[in-house]
Design a protein around this ligand. Structure first.
Ligand code: HPA
Length: 296
């Protein structure tokens, strides 16, 4: 009954919450009490790719649930662990499982892990994801290095009051920031060289992000191809935007898990997405490890 509802002003009905920088800083302080590892490279693992975290040497595992203010992952296939240690001698922090905007999380929640990795000291962020192949040449199981993105999620994670303290090495994070080389040309070359050394070609591609959770319609995929997209997915762009806001160097890797809608006759199934991840686990892990060795 509407008449029974007490009218509470919005500001009073919301529990007060510290600002985002304070929340991320509290998570940093907590992490510091649990591990002495100061990561140089942060790695965000996408759907079906979480097994890579097992390659971390001398691993120290922090469950997301133990981290103050940290959003909890809900999607199947996302373990929800932050793993510290070394890979190929490089101190790393690996996020096994991400949260997505389609789960109902705010932009601050979706990008909390990337912000945390930045404030923990990472200078490089490696973002990985499962994606649909818009380019018909991209078959399931294919790895692609991202050259750029198109953000059609309708949101930008850097919107809101600017927080200069998120900048790397004490540089103020800017209100406006360049995205013309968001995916580091240096790291793209390095990944392509590593794949070649492992005996295969790693193509570059443009990733287009949608909100989800519905997969796309064939008409949308035709439109996205016209826009210049090679891959489609529901993640990554928000984390890349905040990483660039902080001044981190970014490498993006996609695993093509399916042909995008209408590109092949088959329907798209989340189970298939996870299966392809498991099948390609070995090659994906070897590429990431090789890239880290080159960064050492
Ligand atoms: N569309 C959107 N996201 C995806 C897809 C897709 O086809 N495959 C894996 N993630």
């Amino acid at each position: 009954m509407i008449g029974d509802c007490r009218k509470i002003p919005y500001s009073e009905s919301m529990p007060t919450q510290p600002d985002l920088f304070s929340r991320v800083s509290a998570a940093v302080a907590f992490v510091r009490t649990r591990t002495a590892v100061v990561p140089r490279v942060g790695i965000l693992l996408g759907s079906g790719l979480g097994a890579f975290a097992e390659q971390v040497e001398e691993a120290e595992v922090l469950a997301y649930a133990s981290l103050p203010h940290f959003p909890q992952a809900t999607v199947e296939g996302h373990a929800g662990n932050l793993v510290f240690g070394r890979i190929a001698g490089v101190p790393v922090a690996v996020m096994q499982g991400r949260v997505h905007a389609y789960e109902g999380y705010t932009m601050a929640e979706v990008t909390f892990p990337a912000r945390l990795l930045g404030l923990l000291g990472c200078e490089t962020l490696i973002v990985t994801n499962a994606a649909g192949g818009i380019d018909p040449e991209l078959r399931p199981g294919q790895l692609v290095v991202l050259s750029d993105h198109i953000n059609l999620t309708g949101r930008n994670a850097a919107a809101g009051a600017n927080e200069p303290r998120f900048g790397l090495h004490g540089f103020p994070a800017p209100r406006f920031f360049d995205m013309s080389a968001a995916y580091s040309p240096r790291l793209r070359k390095l990944a392509i060289a590593e794949a070649a050394a492992q005996g295969y070609a790693l193509p570059e591609g443009v990733y287009l992000a949608v909100l989800g959770p519905s997969f796309e319609t064939p008409a949308e995929i035709r439109a996205f191809r016209t826009l210049g997209a090679d891959l489609v997915g529901m993640s990554t762009v928000h984390e890349v935007i905040v990483a660039r806001h902080m001044g981190l160097e970014v490498l993006g890797l996609s695993l093509v898990t399916n042909a995008a809608a209408g590109v092949s006759a088959e329907a798209i199934d989340h189970e298939d997405v996870m299966d392809v991840g498991r099948q390609v686990e070995g090659r994906f892990g070897a590429l990431l490890t090789g890239v880290l060795r080159r960064l050492a």
